[in-house]
Ligand binder design. Structure first.
Ligand SMILES: [Zn+2]
Length: 294
């Protein structure tokens, strides 16, 4: 072969080689059946690979989602002073945290001590000890539904210890202290026998406790928000160092005079379910708000 013929022959050979590869020639490619089988296998493998990839992606996004959720939860739950909560959706962690918080409700008076006696226009009577117990139970039910642990200083028409009224109140405060209540709310009905009209709720706190002062503001706000439309008067937070139930400034406590039982209009409201439900809701809302921010 001449040089040019050799070049031509090589080019021709290469062309032949390429076309054999294209046709599936014996030297460089597998038989059609085998190729199909191989392709099927490859497709099978690639299907498996795709499925694995999808699974990986799914697992990845679930993990990512969980991490995001966890980090949000951590951020929301890492208040500097207290337990803190996420949202109101009631997830498990939130419920567990709330169940670790003890709220003490103290229905003022009881047993031989009826407290103030309210006389309604029809002559029927409402005793403060009955009003406070009914309101403590209503509020307790709402707080329990929100996941909190509750301590009621009494659940019936009783005095808890023998002795004077001061002994009784001291015993109730000691109970709340010993049980480690995060907040103690003592409920009462007010009385006024002077000139003019006295009405509206008052939230008393120990002036030695800035925490109790802040807490009282929250309660006064919520009570106003829920009941001012009925009573016509906003609740007030009032500093008072004289109440025995508030004596320990290290234990956040409030004494709430829910309204004046000597005022016929307010007494009529306090005897009815509309006011009672609204007031109990206000107490539950205020407790929840304060626990979240404290
Ligand atoms: Zn009272």
């Amino acid at each position: 072969m001449t040089g040019s013929e050799r070049i031509y022959a090589r080019v021709f050979q290469e062309k032949e080689e390429k076309s054999r590869i294209k046709r599936g020639g014996a030297t460089h490619s597998k038989g059609r059946k085998q190729k199909k089988k191989e392709t099927g296998k490859r497709m099978h493998i690639s299907k498996k690979a795709a499925a694995a990839l999808v699974l990986l992606l799914l697992a990845g996004s679930v993990l990512f989602g969980t991490l995001v959720w966890w980090s949000i939860g951590e951020r929301q739950g890492s208040g500097t002073h207290g337990p803190g909560f996420g949202n109101k959706s009631g997830d498990k962690t939130e419920e567990i945290r709330r169940s670790e918080i003890l709220i003490c409700l103290d229905p003022g008076h009881g047993g031989i001590d009826p407290g103030t006696e309210g006389v309604r226009s029809d002559g029927s009577r409402l005793y403060e000890k009955d009003l406070t117990l009914a309101m403590a139970q209503k509020t307790a039910a709402r707080l329990e539904a929100r996941g909190y642990s509750l301590l009621l200083t009494r659940t019936g028409d009783v005095r808890t210890v023998p002795g004077t009224s001061t002994d009784e109140v001291n015993a109730r405060r000691t109970l709340a202290e010993e049980r480690g209540a995060a907040l103690t709310v003592s409920l009462h009905g007010n009385a006024y026998c002077g000139e003019g009209r006295a009405y509206g709720a008052r939230v008393y706190y120990n002036p030695e406790s800035p925490v109790a002062a802040a807490c009282a503001e929250v309660f006064a706000e919520e009570i106003s928000r829920h009941t001012e439309c009925m009573t016509g008067r906003a609740a007030r937070a009032v500093a008072d160092p004289t109440y025995a139930i508030l004596a320990n400034p290290d234990m956040p406590a409030l004494l709430i005079e829910m309204g004046f039982m000597t005022d016929p209009q307010e007494l009529s409201l306090m005897a009815g379910e509309t006011w009672r439900n609204a007031f109990a809701e206000a107490l539950a809302e205020a407790t929840d708000r304060w626990i979240r921010m404290s």
